[in-house]
Design a protein around this ligand. Structure first.
Ligand code: SF4
Ligand code: SF4
Length: 283
């Protein structure tokens, strides 16, 4: 099985449109939405959830009021102001360092595992889909990405699928790095703007660092042809092939509004370019 990750230096470049298109074009595949902080591939795939699991990560302190003598040691020690004067712990402020539980002379504080989100195995019209939802203000999105990728890999191997199509998170942080583990090719989606070029450079460096072959797609390239040229020049110097240039096409917007992938919505220039990109990726 080959893993293809669609990533971008920043959000809003059209990464999910491209991923949705590839999901529609690839025949034997599993899809994974690794953008767990702001998942949106489900808006195009309309998953039917088959399995729902808690994602447990981190710990929060809990005080057993019956055993607490109100000595104040924990209150004085907590650097995060999580323990209130009535010896109640504000879970949002607790960093889970466990210092208070070590200090408490009466063993009145226990550490409880957090439910930091949920992950799902779903069916879609394009095949199996593994996705997740990180809880509000929760961290450890990289750990959640590792989890869903591992689940997707096991499922894909069990069903002898040919591809894993990954909608990666934007940027170059921990969740992106977690998304890239085991990936055979990254497809970088960028837009023809100065910030698009700057952020694309950073993800190219990331892919290079992990020795993963990268290809680039310029989305809405015709909105700024001179900047597209600059992106292409940079790609040439960096040895990253430009696998496609997608025009600004209002059909894409209409497809998104209807919750459809561009491939299934209508024959159009953007869809044709995506077909070409898929053929390049396959080869
Ligand atoms: S250290 Fe233990 S006994 Fe003292 S106030 Fe905190 S919870 Fe209560
Ligand atoms: S675990 Fe750490 S952050 Fe949480 S209440 Fe205890 S001392 Fe404060």
């Amino acid at each position: 099985m080959k893993q293809i990750a669609v990533i971008s230096g920043k959000g809003g470049t059209g990464k999910t449109v491209v991923t949705g298109g590839l999901a529609a074009l690839a025949k034997s595949k599993i899809m994974v939405d690794c953008d767990v902080d702001a998942a949106d591939l489900h808006l195009l795939l309309h998953p039917l959830v088959k399995e729902r699991h808690d994602f447990r990560s981190g710990q929060t302190a809990v005080i057993d009021k019956k055993s607490c003598s109100r000595c104040g040691e924990c209150l004085a020690a907590c650097r995060f102001g999580a323990i209130k004067t009535d010896y109640r712990i504000e879970s949002f402020s607790c960093e889970g360092c466990a210092l208070c539980s070590y200090l408490c002379p009466h063993g009145a504080i226990r550490m409880e595992e957090n439910v930091a989100g949920e992950w799902f195995i779903s069916d879609t019209r394009y095949g199996p889909f593994v996705h997740a939802k990180l809880g509000i203000a929760e961290e450890n999105s990289g750990k959640l990405v590792v989890k869903i990728k591992q689940v997707a890999k096991e499922l894909a191997e069990k069903q002898a699928l040919d591809y894993m199509i990954i909608d990666g998170p934007p940027g170059i942080g921990c969740p992106v790095i977690a998304s890239l583990s085991g990936v055979d090719c990254v497809l970088i989606v960028t837009e023809p703007t100065l910030s698009g070029l700057h952020d694309a450079k950073r993800v190219m460096e990331l892919a290079k660092h992990f020795n993963i072959p990268a290809k680039l797609v310029v989305n809405k390239y015709d909105l700024n042809p001179s900047m597209t040229e600059r992106v292409e020049e940079f790609c040439l110097s960096a040895g990253v092939p430009v696998s496609g240039k997608i025009v600004f096409d209002k059909t894409v917007v209409k497809a998104l509004v209807e919750g459809k992938t561009i491939i299934e919505y209508a024959q159009c220039a953007a869809g044709d370019e995506l077909r070409k990109i898929w053929e390049i990726l396959k080869s």
